[in-house]
Design a protein around this ligand. Structure first.
Ligand code: GLA
Length: 484
């Protein structure tokens, strides 16, 4: 890549320029711009101390919240998220060898390094650096950057996305690392193609997820929520109503994607693909994902029920049931559906695979996504809010991805005047999103602090778990934003 043009003095000047300050006003909350300016400058100086080089590039990847469309993406059904002001920023420089060295601004997270190769072995499951490896491995594996030509990088990051909270801190790190790896190897990629590739690449970490996070993080737009459709990936953006805001309230239950939560998440993905296989077999049609079904399958609740009733039973399916219904051997069943990334077989759930419930959730959520973006563009906020509430109920009862704390928080929120509220992201803990009138923001915050954090959780530092988010721009390397 050669020597970088801009050094620390240039960047400090740039950060204070009207151009960058204006950009910061767009991607961050106005009240935060001063602190954000400081944050970048502190990261610059820490990077110089750590890496020994004062020529570098800054990069940013936002977190995301999902307004509606939960656990639909891995079925190729649409989602309606927005990239937000909470982000990961990084500072990086190219290396002229094949090492990748990364460090967190917060020293206790430690440093990681690894060597570039055709097959990069993962760190232990759950390690944060696996998300960096996932991006690098994905770009090498799909021959965007051939392994033998690739050079490494030094990267220091600072994150303001709460971890294990359903705001995609992991995918933000995947996206940020991919942008860095592409840049130091002088490669560019169309953002949609990159989002698609990174959705596949993140499976390196063991999740059988969809493509919402990577697409929202790359294609987010300031001031707007983005409806994303899959296969092929397309986006359309809708401005959030100016007198409303989205408040994030963390349940305080962390849901890190360790083996247990990963299994709970992957189980839903497996059940949905099994439901699609059962439908395909019954109709003798080529349906691999629930998203391959026509709109007559999800246009209203009655249609969903009628269609599913004839094909799926409401009780759980044992592996034996599935083998019989799909005419496959247990070995074929395991190989095609019930496996983990490490090659082990996915254990049969005690109550069986709940195909009817999962398909019901996905199809009804698909309908809600279609109705909700229409409602937003027609200023029908009450309808939009109702769809958010219904989504939570379906996430709780049919997809079973909620927990006691999330349910309590949503119940309190609904009683406190939110237009709509629901869990956001993978679930099993993490955050909720509350759509509220801007003018009611302060009193609503106080209400949640009192009723959820103080009275229910019995904690006094609820303030840090409650914050408004602003729809923000997608990930980018800074030089791309300010090319003169
Ligand atoms: C996680 C996954 C996404 C999506 C959501 C749930 O964030 O990474 O692909 O499935 O959960 O909607």
């Amino acid at each position: 890549m050669g020597e970088l043009k801009m050094d620390v003095q240039n960047w400090i000047k740039k950060i204070h320029s009207p151009q960058v300050q204006e950009w910061m006003n767009k991607v961050y909350r106005e009240a935060d711009v001063k602190d954000q300016t400081l944050r970048y400058k502190e990261l610059f100086s820490r990077f110089i101390q750590w890496s020994g080089t004062s020529h570098f590039l800054p990069v940013r990847a936002p977190g995301r919240i999902n307004l509606i469309g939960e656990h639909t993406d891995y079925n190729h059904c649409p989602v309606f998220p927005m990239a937000v002001n909470r982000d990961i920023i990084g500072v990086f420089s190219p290396r002229n060898d094949r090492q990748v060295r990364v460090a967190d601004f917060i020293p206790s997270f430690g440093e990681r390094d690894f060597h570039l190769s055709r097959q990069i072995p993962p760190h232990r499951s759950g390690d944060w650096a696996n998300y960096i490896k996932a991006a690098v491995q994905g770009l090498i594996e799909e021959a965007v950057i051939p392994s033998e030509e690739a050079v490494g990088f030094n990267l220091m990051i600072h994150s303001q996305i709460p971890p294990a909270a359903g705001m995609s801190s992991s995918s933000a790190l995947v996206v940020l690392s991919a942008l860095v790896f592409l840049r130091v190897n002088n490669r560019t990629m169309d953002k949609k193609d990159l989002a698609d590739l990174l959705a596949r690449a993140e499976r390196y970490t063991g999740t059988q997820g969809g493509g919402m996070d990577q697409a929202a993080i790359l294609l987010g737009e300031a001031g707007k929520a983005v409806k994303i459709d899959f296969a092929p990936l397309t986006t359309s953006s809708f401005p959030l109503l100016s007198d409303y805001e989205v408040l994030v309230a963390h349940s305080s239950v962390e849901a890190p994607k360790t083996r247990e939560v990963m299994d709970m998440y992957n189980r839903r993905s497996i059940e949905c693909r099994l439901a699609a296989a059962m439908i395909a077999k019954n109709l003798s049609e080529d349906i691999r994902y629930l998203g391959d079904l026509p709109s007559s399958w999800y246009c209203n609740d009655e249609a969903i029920r009628e269609n599913l009733d004839g094909i799926l039973k409401t009780e759980g399916y044992s592996k034996e049931d599935l083998c019989n219904s799909l005419s496959v051997t247990e070995d074929q069943l395991n190989k095609q559906w019930c496996y983990r990334k490490d090659g082990s077989i996915f254990p049969e759930p005690e109550e069986g695979y709940l195909l009817y419930r999962r398909a019901s959730h996905v199809l009804s959520e698909w309908k809600r996504v279609e109705e909700s973006h229409k409602a937003l563009s027609e200023n029908k906020i009450a309808l939009f809010g109702r769809l958010m509430n219904e989504s939570h109920t379906s996430c709780r009862d049919n997809h079973q991805i909620s927990c006691r704390e999330l349910d309590r928080l949503v119940m309190i929120g609904s009683g406190g005047g939110a237009a709509g509220c629901r869990l956001t992201g993978a679930g099993f803990g993490g955050c909720t999103v509350h759509l509220i009138k801007k003018k009611d923001s302060d009193s609503y915050r106080k209400y949640l602090l009192e009723h959820y954090y103080k009275n229910y959780l019995k904690i006094t530092d609820g303030d840090s778990l409650l914050f408004p988010v602003k729809p923000s721009d997608g990930a980018a390397i800074m030089e791309e934003l300010f090319n003169e």
